[in-house]
Design a protein around this ligand. Structure first.
Ligand SMILES: C[S@@+](CC[C@H](N)C(=O)[O-])C[C@H]1O[C@@H](n2cnc3c(N)ncnc32)[C@H](O)[C@@H]1O
Length: 320
């Protein structure tokens, strides 16, 4: 897929798609019933990011992107990676972009490192893509289903970011150029454990980073891994937005309300199994977790909640 004039995108087979007035194209089949995150979930997410509580995760994603794409210093294919992008812009897509928070941070990091970036914001949710193209200067936006063939020609992208989002690894391998990189963020079992203990967020299986590295190994080599873990002191509205922005909110009032939850609202999120996150991101919370309910309370209505994620960088070693 490439631009054909200003507001039309086309492929070699002659298909043409209009860029809508909101600045993105939709490549979902007309009858698709998949919708991705709701506007209410995205508003909750944007409000939560505004608090700065996840800044260190975004900074880690940006640092990994810069190291992999601008310095070419990571791993055995680093020099090749730097050479191949050469003087053309770095093509960086976040697939499952949500509000575009991580893509924006990575794009800014790369720009500060002297690179010219062509960001692409992709998500199943049209609300997400609309927000992301506004948030990330110069971004192209595409509504797509990651489980379908992705609308990029082979070896087109230099980098893909995937944060708490489903990953189609064979397709990622196909659309990345040789030596291209995937920066992925997965939660550890300690991520939001105080919230999961109350059944307000979905459970997390043990060993996700190793499981991802195993699943990626036919195409990707892990070249960097870092743990980002910190405690947050959250007010009740911040906590409500944290819960409202997560997968369990798909089945809650927070997902269907018109906006982010407000002070004093009690989120109705439950640990429903989320088949949508088919890459294994989600399993229902269990009874053992529930036994620890109440842990993490601090003075007043402020709650202590742990964020704990692994940031992984992979280099493409073999295309699809
Ligand atoms: C947990 S959110 C993470 C969003 C963003 N990366 C962040 O961390 O703020 C998962 C995102 O994946 C998107 N998503 C879910 N299923 C998808 C699919 N089949 N194809 C593309 N995107 C999908 C959702 O709409 C949502 O924006």
């Amino acid at each position: 897929m490439s631009p054909v004039g200003t507001l039309v995108v086309g492929c070699d087979a002659g298909h043409r798609f209009d860029v809508n007035k909101r600045g993105y194209i939709s490549l979902l089949p007309p009858a698709s019933r998949m919708t991705g995150d709701s506007q209410a979930m995205l508003d909750a997410r944007a409000h939560f990011f505004d608090t700065g509580n996840f800044d260190s995760i975004a900074d880690a994603v940006a640092a990994s992107s810069v190291q992999a794409l601008a310095s070419g210093s990571i791993g055995p294919h680093g020099a090749e990676a730097a050479d191949t992008a050469g003087s053309r812009p770095i093509r960086l897509a976040e697939i499952g972009c949500g509000t575009g928070y991580y893509l924006d941070r990575a794009t800014r990091g790369l720009s500060q490192a002297g690179a010219v970036v062509e960001p692409v914001a992709a998500d199943l949710s049209p609300f997400a893509v609309r927000m992301a193209v506004r948030a990330v200067p110069g971004a192209a936006g595409v509504v797509l289903d990651v489980w379908q063939p992705l609308p990029f020609v082979d070896a087109h992208l230099d980098g893909i970011i995937s944060v708490f989002a489903p990953r189609n690894l064979p397709e990622f391998a196909r659309i990345l150029r040789p030596g291209g990189c995937l920066v992925a963020v997965v939660p550890t079992t300690r991520h939001l454990h105080q919230v999961r203990a109350e059944g307000l967020a979905i459970g997390i299986p043990d060993g996700k980073p190793d499981a991802l590295t195993d699943a990626a190994s036919p195409w990707f080599a892990e070249v960097d891994r870092s743990l980002v873990e910190f405690d947050m002191k959250l007010t009740q509205p911040e906590l409500n937005n944290l819960i409202g922005m997560g997968p369990s909110a798909h089945h809650s009032a927070a997902a269907t309300n018109t906006g982010p939850v407000q002070q004093g609202d009690v989120p109705g999120a439950h640990a429903a199994g989320e088949g949508r996150l088919a890459a294994g991101d989600a399993t229902p919370a269990n009874g053992e977790d529930a036994a620890a309910a109440g842990e993490g309370s601090v003075a007043g209505s402020v709650r202590l909640v742990t964020a704990s994620v692994t940031v992984l960088t992979y280099r493409l070693t073999r295309s699809h």
